[in-house]
Design a protein around this ligand. Structure first.
Ligand code: MIG
Length: 638
């Protein structure tokens, strides 16, 4: 296999641990690209037919042509198409003109710009702030072979426990055990299956990692087992920053052992995030990972079996230094008579406080005996936080699987956990974005992934939630999550709760298929979600279809993602059997010919298309994954 992968070296690359194979360095430049080390960039002319795939979690489409994407993990909750960066940086791309294709992996932990026909519609330029990188070329006859070869290079993706394929309910704002109980009650009362309830930052004492607020959760171990008896697992959040508070063990140990990131002058960086002033553990150091990873035991000892790692870009609300600068400038402004430009400056100044590029240049990491400025290895931070947890679980509990996923990510992190796509909004466009992000994430090794279903920010509507759930039942990570202050969106709150129940039951009946397809995609370095064009290579129509996906090997889905729509156009690359599900048992089947069809899809219906010569196994639903019978399956064939 290694014959299909070549490695090129530029400058003095930092070891990122993205790859698990040691490929010898080929002397010379990446073939086919014009490399300009002086200007720190490389470019290629794109033919008219060329499609560019990859980049994992970004805005816009499956075909990345026509935009500028920047790899720099960013806590930006407005995932609009004008943005260049989200929380993740997956620098793997596939160039495919239908006949020839090639994969490229840019192994670099700092800022990388992918200008894919933005500055010049025909030119693809990759540029660096520091051109210290290993660049891998991955060959293969088709995109799936390239993905397979690439994934061998980066190592096997994370597999969560089977129960993590159940449905999870989350909301920022469940304040205490009673709030969580009420959620369990709400689902139970209507008989809607549920496996997980997530605990957001409010469970902690003053937002301190590895603490539990004794007033809100007076006896967490007892509460964990109470919920387990009801078939529900609690999944707490862990944030990256450690609160500065004398007497708090995590803070004290971090200070005493020199585990926190420092500034140029050797003082520890002080940033403000949820707990107030915090220090950032230097996760790039193995001993810090070991220490922080072991801390998860505080919660696993109480019976907790899963976590989500947040704020690990790391997100910074402000630093002491930057706050002083901004206040100084504000005072200057106050002295002047405010004109319109002054007014704009005023609002910009306040906005400039969070996640400031200067702050990311203000602190350092220690890698071996080298001190490296944070911005140069920025994208490794979240990876190494998740790795800290993943490695600790394996070290301390090798026979057990934990659920683990992260907000920030980079290639390498896929071996330790999954990802969710962060703070989307309750917008129809973000349902479509979710559909498009999934196959891109899968290419880059992130198979256990999903979005906040129903949307995190803004107020959802019942119909948006319904259509989103109807797509979400196919995503491995299947979680309804919403922001503090937004409309409550637990499924039992809606009027058509019966319809929601039927769709969630359908998910549970599909779990035997979903789980086995997921695991086999991981084991074979394949993709659980594929664009149609990866499967139907000879059908040129498929490369333009981004709102239908192949799920596993057997089925195609065509979700509805527009408000008030009563159906949609679906393109069938070949004859398939369409199943129209209203519930697991209430369904119709119809053979559909290849070609374009307008298909009506009522509010309570999900369409599944079974591919020719494939079968879809369907089980019986249950209230929890542990209750499902994975052997009692009925095959629907085409
Ligand atoms: O600044 O913990 O993306 O899922 O609910 C917001 C509160 C912090 C961001 C996460 C979101 C979570 C929220 N967190």
């Amino acid at each position: 296999m290694t014959a299909d992968i070549k490695r090129y070296r530029y400058g003095d690359p930092i070891d990122t641990d993205a790859v698990v194979m040691n490929i010898p360095v080929t002397v010379g430049d990446v073939p086919g690209w014009k490399v300009d080390t002086l200007n720190k960039c490389m470019s290629v002319i794109m033919s008219r037919d060329l499609v560019v795939y990859g980049l994992g979690e970004t805005v816009r489409g499956i075909n990345k042509r026509g935009w500028l994407y920047t790899s720099f993990n960013s806590d930006d909750p407005r995932h609009e198409e004008g943005k260049h960066s989200l929380y993740a940086s997956q620098n793997f791309i596939i160039l495919d003109d239908g006949k020839n294709c090639e994969g490229l992996f840019i192994d670099h932990p700092g800022t990388v710009h992918f200008d894919i026909g933005y500055s010049d519609i025909d030119v693809f330029t990759i540029s660096f702030e520091d051109m210290d990188a290993y660049i891998y070329t991955i060959s293969g006859n088709d995109p799936l072979t390239i993905v397979k070869n690439f994934r061998e290079l980066i190592g096997t993706s994370y597999i969560p426990p089977r129960w993590a394929f159940g449905f999870g309910q989350s909301r920022w704002g469940y304040k205490n055990a009673d709030d969580v109980r009420a959620v369990a009650d709400g689902y139970e009362k209507l008989g809607i299956p549920l496996d997980m309830i997530y605990m957001d930052i409010d469970y902690m004492k003053d937002f301190k990692d590895f603490t539990v607020d004794p007033e809100r959760f007076p006896d967490l171990p007892a509460f964990v087992s109470e919920m387990r008896k009801r078939g529900i697992r609690l999944i707490p959040i862990i944030d990256a920053g450690v609160k500065i508070e004398p007497g708090y063990d995590v803070y004290e140990e971090g200070v005493n052992n020199d585990y926190f990131c420092k500034k140029e002058d050797g003082e520890r960086l002080v940033a403000a995030v949820w707990p107030g002033r915090v220090h950032f553990p230097d996760f790039l150091k193995p001993e810090v990972r070991e220490w922080f990873g072991d801390k998860y035991r505080v919660l696993t000892d109480m019976g907790i079996e899963g976590f989500w790692n947040d704020m690990n870009e790391p997100a910074i609300f402000y630093t002491d230094e930057h706050l002083v600068e901004v206040f100084d400038e504000l005072k200057e402004l106050e002295k002047q008579e405010l004109d319109i430009w002054g007014f704009f400056k005023l609002t910009e100044l306040a906005d400039s406080l969070a996640n400031s590029p200067e702050d990311y240049r203000r602190f350092y990491h220690e890698i071996g005996d080298k001190r490296i400025r944070h911005d140069k290895v920025h994208n490794l931070y979240g990876f190494n936080m998740t790795r800290a947890a993943g490695e600790a679980f394996e070290r301390n509990d090798p026979d057990k699987k934990y659920l683990l996923f992260s907000r920030a990510s980079v290639i390498g992190a896929h071996r330790y956990g999954g990802v969710w796509t962060g703070d989307n909004s309750s917008w129809w466009s973000h349902l479509l974005l979710n559909i498009k992000q999934m196959p891109s994430l899968n290419m880059t090794g992130f198979l256990f992934s999903g979005a906040d279903i129903g949307g995190f920010g803004a107020d959802t509507t019942e119909d948006l939630m319904m259509r989103w759930i109807q797509f979400g039942i196919f995503t491995p990570l299947f979680r309804n999550h919403a922001a503090l202050g937004t409309r409550e969106q637990e499924l039992y709150r809606f009027k058509r709760s019966e319809d929601f129940k039927h769709i969630i039951e359908l998910r549970y009946a599909l779990i035997p298929y979903i789980y086995s397809e997921f695991v086999s995609a991981v084991q074979n370095n394949g993709m659980y979600f594929k664009p149609l064009s990866f499967v139907y290579r000879d059908d040129p129509r498929c490369k333009t279809i981004e709102d239908q996906l192949i799920v596993g090997e057997s089925i195609m889905i065509a979700p509805v993602y527009e408000q008030n729509s009563e159906g949609r156009y679906v393109y069938l690359p070949e004859e398939m059997k369409m199943i129209r599900f209203r519930s697991v048992d209430d369904r119709d089947e119809e053979i559909m010919s290849a070609g374009d069809h307008y298909i009506r899809v009522s509010f309570n219906e999900v369409l599944v298309f079974v591919r020719k010569d494939h079968k879809l196994p369907l089980g019986k639903p249950g209230m929890h994954v542990d209750e499902l019978d994975f052997n009692d399956l009925k095959n629907i064939t085409c």
